[in-house]
Write a protein that binds this ligand. Structure first.
Ligand SMILES: Cc1cc2nc3c(=O)[nH]c(=O)nc-3n(C[C@H](O)[C@H](O)[C@H](O)COP(=O)(O)O)c2cc1C
Length: 302
């Protein structure tokens, strides 16, 4: 590690090890697979949704200390064995962590705030997501931890999607603070993908029977070409004319938008008009589109 990236490319995830803080400020891990993207665009932050047993160490630590690290381990039988070992329900952090055989290091949160206490990240992971529970969603900020000896919650009312959602279940909307990646895989995403630059991701669909947890070993990925469709300047002009604005677009400017899928064209064109109005520009040409694109990519990076 360590490099920070805004976007990542999984839409369904393999088993991960979630690191949370104990009351003593130590990091403890539990394996989880019920994790899904929650906010992927349009909000101030990206978020994931974790679904887990509410009496687990992970759930209780999230309720108390809010922070976690989501660690993606490469395909290796010894890592998977360790992952499955950490999944025995009821083991206390000190019991399971005394034989923990992976290496730990600090993440970016700690680097940003050296005085703070944050769960550590696993050195062998090819990717780690540092998160904070958004306890204000669904008004879950008053969630109390379980008392000693309690193994579930008995509430009058359960939350809908964040906090304690059933007597034995919990959901956590986790804000993404940082995505850390090994440099090699970061480069693959940013500079163009090669099959050899993929992390060795084990494929697992949470399939288990009473004896085993099952997964498939990583295989060399195969690319499938994305559709590359272009419309014509005339049809971009048609969409632009429908905006009923005095701002003028040159043909050269519209030619820069022929790859924009038709469903997004009105939004993109309206964005250009809004920018022109704010900047007192009457005519949008190539230079203006470039400026708008630069502004957009800067905003995305933020
Ligand atoms: C491969 C694997 C995947 C798992 N996925 C989940 C899950 O998504 N949600 C869940 O509640 N438990 C899941 N479990 C069970 C938890 O790991 C188990 O409850 C464990 O005790 C949690 O550890 P913790 O108490 O330290 O958080 C999984 C277990 C394994 C072995």
């Amino acid at each position: 590690m360590i490099i920070s990236i805004r976007h990542h490319c999984f839409s369904r995830w393999p088993v991960v090890l979630i690191g949370t803080l104990t009351d003593e400020g130590k990091t403890t891990f539990g394996p989880y697979s019920l994790l899904a993207p929650f906010y992927v665009a349009g909000k101030d932050y990206y978020a994931l949704l974790l679904e887990c047993r509410n009496s687990s160490n992970t759930a209780q630590n999230l309720i108390k200390h809010k922070k976690c690290t989501i660690n993606f381990l490469p395909d290796d039988r010894k890592y998977f064995k360790e992952t499955v070992r950490l999944g025995w329900p009821g083991d206390k952090p000190e019991e399971k962590m005394k034989d923990f055989n992976l290496k730990l290091e600090d993440g970016l949160r700690k680097e940003e705030d050296p005085a703070g206490t944050y769960p550590q990240v696993i050195k062998q992971a090819f990717q780690v997501i540092e998160c904070t529970w958004v306890d204000t969603l669904d008004n879950a900020q008053d969630t109390r931890p379980l008392n000693e000896g309690e193994d579930h919650y008995d509430l009058e009312k359960y939350h809908d999607f964040n906090g304690i959602t059933t007597p034995f279940g919990a959901h956590f909307v986790l804000r993404i603070d940082h995505i850390l990646m090994k440099k090699r895989y970061y480069n693959t995403i940013v500079n163009g993908v090669k099959a050899s630059g993929f992390p060795r991701v084990p494929v697992d669909y949470g399939y288990r029977d009473s004896k085993n947890f099952w997964y498939t070993k990583h295989r060399r990925p195969i690319p499938e070409l994305l559709p590359m469709r272009e419309t014509t300047v005339a049809s971009v002009r048609y969409a632009a004319d429908r905006l009923q604005t005095d701002i003028e677009f040159t043909d050269e400017a519209l030619a820069m938008l022929v790859k924009v899928p038709r469903v997004f064209l009105p939004t993109v064109l309206k964005g250009c008009v809004k920018w022109a109005e704010e900047n007192n520009v009457k005519k949008i040409d190539v230079q203006e589109i470039q400026t708008i694109n630069d502004k957009r990519s800067k905003e995305k990076k933020k």
